[in-house]
Design a protein around this ligand. Structure first.
Ligand code: GUN
Length: 285
């Protein structure tokens, strides 16, 4: 079997077209969706991610505010800035790019963002809403992975889904989203002794490990849907996922490539959450 490629670029484009229309409709009601993006420090990778987020807003009719602070910014000043954005009616989503400098507590920062503007879905309130099956903001990467899985037409209900990785931003919310969609879910992590034993049972396999080629063809059930969250660089600087794409595509039914799979969906879901936040703000006022 040769796996069908799940095209994250094409799916992103489709979702963004619809979003552009929603943003226009909101703007017509005086509620142009607005995202504030805060970067503290000079990490080049973070600067690039943030630039892409701001550019995506501009391309789809969202208002964006980009604030960059030097690495020495005091935590209290950052919190004060977040409180001001919480009170700003033109801003519907607030994103503070992680990681932050070591002297700033990321939890305190995330908890200061108004839950109605927590478009990253990282706060304990948003996490609790996901856990309880309540509407709220879902973290963008796992939310995008769900859209990619749904786009295959494979029914998630009753399937065995295996997630590799247990981070608060990807692995744990991914497992909860799959559970909510009525999959039977196994979560594997760095202390799982025989990874292949679990992955070979997966109808849906999500790899969010952060290590190149962790998933090889012998570890994949024939016909499985394989979602690769990894963004790793090899010795030549080439982008590679957590899955050995060339090997695994010979056995899987569906697979996301790296690049061009999960990556574009993460920013798309940030736009989705921001438009959603603006739509919900119409209901509150
Ligand atoms: N750093 C890397 N990915 C992300 C993300 O999705 N959101 C935030 N806030 N920081 C990040």
């Amino acid at each position: 079997m040769t796996a069908k490629i799940i095209d994250g670029v094409a799916l992103s484009r489709q979702i963004r077209e619809d979003l552009g229309l929603r943003a226009q409709a909101l703007a017509a009601q005086g509620r142009r969706p607005g995202l504030a993006v805060i970067l503290v420090g000079d990490d080049p990778a973070s600067a690039m991610y943030v630039r892409n987020k701001v550019k995506a807003c501009e391309a789809h009719g969202l208002h964006s505010v980009f604030e960059k602070y030097d690495a020495g910014l005091a935590e209290a000043d950052l919190l004060e800035r977040i409180r001001a954005l919480n009170a700003d009616a033109g801003i519907h989503g607030i994103l503070v790019q992680m990681p932050l400098p070591r002297h700033i507590d990321p939890h305190r920062v995330i908890q200061t963002i108004d839950v109605h503007k927590d478009v990253d879905g990282f706060s304990t309130l948003s996490a609790g809403e996901l856990m309880s099956g309540l509407p709220g903001f879902r973290p963008c990467t796992p939310y995008g992975c769900m859209k990619l899985i749904e786009s295959t037409g494979v029914d998630i209900r009753g399937k065995h889904a295996v997630v590799i990785g247990r981070s608060n931003t990807v692995g744990k919310p991914m497992a909860l989203l799959l559970l909510q969609a009525s999959a039977t879910v196994t979560v594997c992590h760095s202390a799982t002794p025989d990874l292949g034993l679990h992955t070979r049972q997966a109808d849906i396999l999500v790899a969010a490990v952060g290590r190149r080629h962790t998933v090889t063809r012998e570890m994949v059930k024939p016909g499985a849907v394989v979602i690769d969250v990894g963004i790793n660089r090899n010795e030549e600087g080439k982008l590679q996922g957590d899955v050995d794409l060339d090997g695994v595509r010979e056995v899987a039914g569906w697979i996301t490539p790296v690049p061009g799979g999960v990556g574009p969906m993460t920013i798309t879901m940030l736009l989705v959450n921001t438009v959603e936040a603006a739509e919900r703000s119409l209901l509150h006022t």
